[in-house]
Design a protein around this ligand. Structure first.
Ligand code: G3H
Ligand code: 13P
Ligand code: ZN
Ligand code: NA
Length: 309
């Protein structure tokens, strides 16, 4: 059923796992993720960015997700706005059938972030929708030579607790070393578990969100490159590091880059291996299958939500 994230996060927190939040942009991606969620009997979050809403058109996303939910009624599915940049976009999604929205005010000063998050929370809660907020700046750790530099960018645990109390947001994305995209670390991968632990102590039973949590799976990068791609120097968060975070307060793990890589690798392979083919169904089917396989693997080995419904 289409649902908000409250119950899935509550169970995830107690069960020391997380829920995978996968970015969706078209029908094949939604189908691949849902096939995997069905096979793994796991709740799942389907999230659309402002870019996804622009690409597909928001009603297409909403209706594709509703159709997928009808196909697998036993699977709890949340439809979530990823990185909403202002109140109006959040409102538009709430009015349009989303069950969860993120207001990303991380670029604003603390007070301004609090002010807009509160406004979103008020409207969302009045409409039965939950709100994810963000505090801290996502960034790789290599630029941060000193503890002071890290403190300036990573989420301050005390501030996080204050932010949640002031805004009433239902979950909070924090910065502890991850970053968006395929190039997360030039040096060694790093996650600040100590900071996560502190946040967990100050906000008991409160769901924390990890953005920028793709592993940048080497097999898919290699396949992209083998079949004419050029993805060089890509590096993500190792699976065991994410798995550990999922056993802690992290209840939502965001994955987009790994979907892009899996799908592109499979489509490149299909096009190169079958140069006579020009039926899009053929290579999109390969792309969809790769998304399904990758998401199944995430659910089993990374977020740990298999057979949790
Ligand atoms: O965090 C960003 C997500 O990967 C979505 O990316 O804005 O290009 O759709 P996008
Ligand atoms: P990745 O780029 O690591 O997949 O992160 C996705 C994300 O955080 C979406 O909000
Ligand atoms: Zn993100
Ligand atoms: Na968890």
């Amino acid at each position: 059923a289409l649902t908000d994230t409250k119950e899935m996060f509550r169970k995830a927190y107690e069960g020391h796992y997380a829920i995978g939040a996968f970015n969706v942009n078209n029908m094949e991606i939604i189908q691949g993720i849902m096939e995997a969620a069905h096979e793994e009997q796991s709740a799942v979050i389907l999230q659309a960015s402002e870019g996804a809403r622009k690409y597909a058109g928001s009603p297409y996303i909403v209706d594709l997700v509703k159709t997928a939910v009808r196909q697998y009624p036993e699977i709890p599915v949340a439809l979530h706005l990823d990185h909403g940049s202002c109140f109006e976009v959040c409102k538009d999604c709430i009015d349009g059938g989303f069950t969860s929205v993120m207001f990303d005010g991380s670029k604003h000063p603390f007070e301004e972030n609090v002010r807009i998050t509160k406004q979103v929370v008020e409207y969302a809660h009045a409409h039965g929708v939950v709100v994810e907020a963000e505090l801290g700046r996502l960034a790789g750790v290599e630029d941060m030579v000193s503890v002071d530099a890290k403190d300036a960018i990573f989420t301050d645990p005390e501030e996080a607790a204050e932010f949640v109390a002031l805004t009433g947001c239902d979950s909070l994305a924090i910065a502890i070393g991850t970053s968006h995209g395929a190039y997360k670390y030039s040096g060694e991968p790093y996650l600040d578990y100590e900071r996560l632990e502190k946040v967990g102590k100050l906000l008991p039973n409160y769901p924390i969100v990890l953005h920028g949590a793709s592993t940048v799976i080497p097999e898919y990068v290699a396949k992209c490159n083998e079949f004419g791609g050029k993805v060089l120097g890509a590096k993500g968060v190792p699976e065991d590091m994410l798995r550990k975070a999922a056993t802690m307060a992290v209840c939502k793990i965001n994955i987009d880059t790994d979907i892009r890589l899996a799908m592109t690798a499979a489509i490149r392979e299909s096009l190169v291996k079958h140069p006579e083919n020009f039926d899009p169904r053929s290579y999109l089917k390969a792309g969809r299958q790769a998304v399904k396989d990758m998401v199944s693997h995430k659910i089993q080995a990374v977020v740990g939500s298999s057979h949790s419904i």
